[in-house]
Design a binder for this molecule. Structure first.
Ligand code: G16
Length: 546
């Protein structure tokens, strides 16, 4: 093919700073001329010319995915990449993208997704760069990308026609090869290597296992169909909302109690299958529920850790475990019971990358419905479901009784997250600033009957590369072991969201049956009081409780 490389003059856009997980903005923002190109060029500028070997590209299939993929192919060619691996029709789940990067020894990947945020012409789009280990780029790299976006004055792009990526094939563009891969097949093969598929198959055949998996019309539908139905023999129709749609069917593919209501309703019926699960827009998050029994993400992580020997990937033991700071301390108690190292990182999967690469941990998780192992460097929704199926099969127990076992052995973290959405950015910043200012005198005071033991702003020193990340959330600890955490979401696309994380630890196994929302209600009031929520934002109650 005879393609011309064109140099386009451009100017920096404001606000191209990657957040918790890449750059997320409204589609309309990404549709502005040069907007996506500026960011992509800024990423490519951080990769030296000799390192521009293989790049992985793909996304969750949301509106604008197709256009963005073609733009990136043209820019990869113009910027001297030798090969681009892309999923059929540009679709790749986030964990599958991480796997492709590792499998094909790519220098990294551009993952197109705004995760659980709604999709469509008036909704959200996103892009992030993952490094050669498949991990979301660490802060040093995202800062370098941001600096590039502020100084950019030109980008390189080929004038070639759109590449046909509708089938698995290799296309030679002379200077660059585009390899279109069936990422569902690659990912299914990976899962097969990590779990005992024969045993799981028998579990489904015997009726011991059954599942309802809600793909929420997002990217995991084909992966879930391939693994649960076609390979493991779950009944046809076990995967619901399986067809990926560019607007996710108008839904909000956030697998939580609010947005996965269809699944929760199915799981509350007498005819419910043994396990209910859902994943999000790009397939990295997961929700786990038994019959009428929601498993909080923090507890799910702790159950997987406690029962890790039932998972073939971990049959030789776990190197260590990690959780993000706001995630409940259930994992810490399991780690203590099993004598495992347990690390506490800031929110953002990228912070687990170094620990995983260094072999310090093999299982990580977050309260935001994310869990994964050391097989990829992203959270992995389907993998978490396979962990639960493996544990249920080996123990012959339901999710509910596995939860009870956890609470019996290590106590229960009653846990709830209150989100205050739609807050003006200035007001949200002011709330966090005033709260931070109040911290030095907080310890030793009593708030609504609870004594404050300590209060601080979480700062993380990475034990592998010694990098320091400050301002990672405000923590208030109480004498009775309860904890309240405040931070601003880094994944929104317009107004600010204040997240308030509530945890009350109950060590008496006889007292573990309360409803989590009820059990943390008083802490929620204390959090409002401490943060002057109503006075500063005008909000009297959270908009979402999970
Ligand atoms: C991303 C990050 C997670 C984080 C979550 C919520 O997930 O990878 O580590 O917990 O955002 O972040 P925030 O509280 O800042 O909104 P995802 O699934 O959105 O890519």
């Amino acid at each position: 093919m005879d393609n011309q490389i064109v140099t386009i003059q451009t100017q920096p856009f404001e606000g191209q700073k990657p957040g918790t997980s890449g750059l997320r903005k409204k589609v309309k923002v990404f549709q502005q001329p040069h907007y996506l190109e500026n960011f992509v060029q800024s990423v490519m500028n951080t990769i030296s010319v000799e390192d521009r070997t293989t790049l992985v590209v793909g996304g969750d299939g949301r509106f604008h995915n197709d256009i963005a993929v073609q733009t990136i192919l043209k820019m990869a060619l113009a910027n001297g990449f030798k090969k681009v691996i892309v999923g059929i029709n540009g679709l790749v789940s986030t964990p599958a993208a991480s796997h492709l990067i590792r499998k094909y020894n790519a220098i990294g990947g551009l993952v197109l997704s705004a995760s659980h945020n709604p999709a469509g012409p008036n909704e959200d789009f996103g892009i992030k760069f993952n490094n050669a280990s498949g991990s979301p780029a660490p802060e040093g790299v995202t800062n370098a990308i941001f600096e590039n976006t502020q100084a950019i004055n030109e980008y390189l792009i080929s004038d070639m026609d759109a590449v046909d990526i509708s089938d698995a094939q290799e296309i030679d563009l002379n200077d660059m090869v585009v390899q279109v891969v069936d990422s569902v097949a690659d990912y299914t093969e990976l899962m097969q290597s990590l779990f005992d598929f024969d045993a799981l198959k028998q579990g489904f055949a015997s009726g011991q296992l059954s599942i309802c998996f809600d793909a929420m019309h997002a990217v995991t539908g084909p992966y879930a169909k391939s693994i649960f139905e076609a390979t493991l023999g779950a009944a046809e129709g076990s995967v619901i909302n399986a067809a990926p749609l560019t607007d996710f069917g108008g839904g909000h593919p956030d697998p939580n109690l609010v947005h996965a209501k269809e699944l929760i309703d199915i799981m509350s019926q007498d005819s419910a299958p043994a396990l209910g699960a859902a994943s999000d827009g790009d397939g990295d998050r997961n929700l786990i529920t038994g019959k009428g029994c929601f498993v909080s993400p923090s507890d799910s992580l702790a159950v997987i850790a406690l029962n890790h020997r039932a998972i073939p990937q971990f049959k030789n033991g776990l190197a260590g475990v990690a959780r993000s700071m706001p995630t409940s301390t259930a994992l810490d108690r399991v780690a203590q019971t099993l004598s495992l190292d347990c690390y506490e990182t800031p929110t953002g999967w990228k912070f687990f990358g170094n620990l995983l690469d260094a072999g310090k941990v093999a299982l990580c998780g977050e309260e935001s419905f994310g869990t994964s192992g050391d097989h990829v460097r992203e959270k992995d929704g389907i993998w978490a479901v396979l962990c639960w199926l493996s544990i249920m099969l080996e123990s012959n127990k339901s999710p509910e009784s596995l939860l009870r076992d956890l609470w019996q052995q290590t106590g229960r973290s009653y846990y709830c997250r209150h989100d205050y959405e739609g807050v003006e950015g200035d007001k949200a910043n002011q709330l966090l600033a005033e709260l931070t200012d109040s911290l030095p005198t907080l310890a030793g005071t009593e708030v609504s009957g609870l004594m404050v033991k300590a209060a601080d702003v979480f700062s993380y020193s990475d034990p592998v590369d010694d990098s320091v990340s400050n301002n990672q959330g405000v923590r208030v600890f109480f004498e009775n072991g309860s904890r309240v955490v405040f931070r601003l979401s880094g994944t929104g696309t317009d107004s600010a969201t204040i997240r308030v994380y509530l945890e009350r630890v109950e060590n008496d196994p006889q007292q573990c049956d309360e409803d989590a929302q009820e059990a943390t209600k008083a802490l929620g009031e204390i959090a409002k009081q401490l943060s002057k929520m109503e006075a500063l934002t005008g909000m009297t109650a959270p908009t979402v409780i999970t």
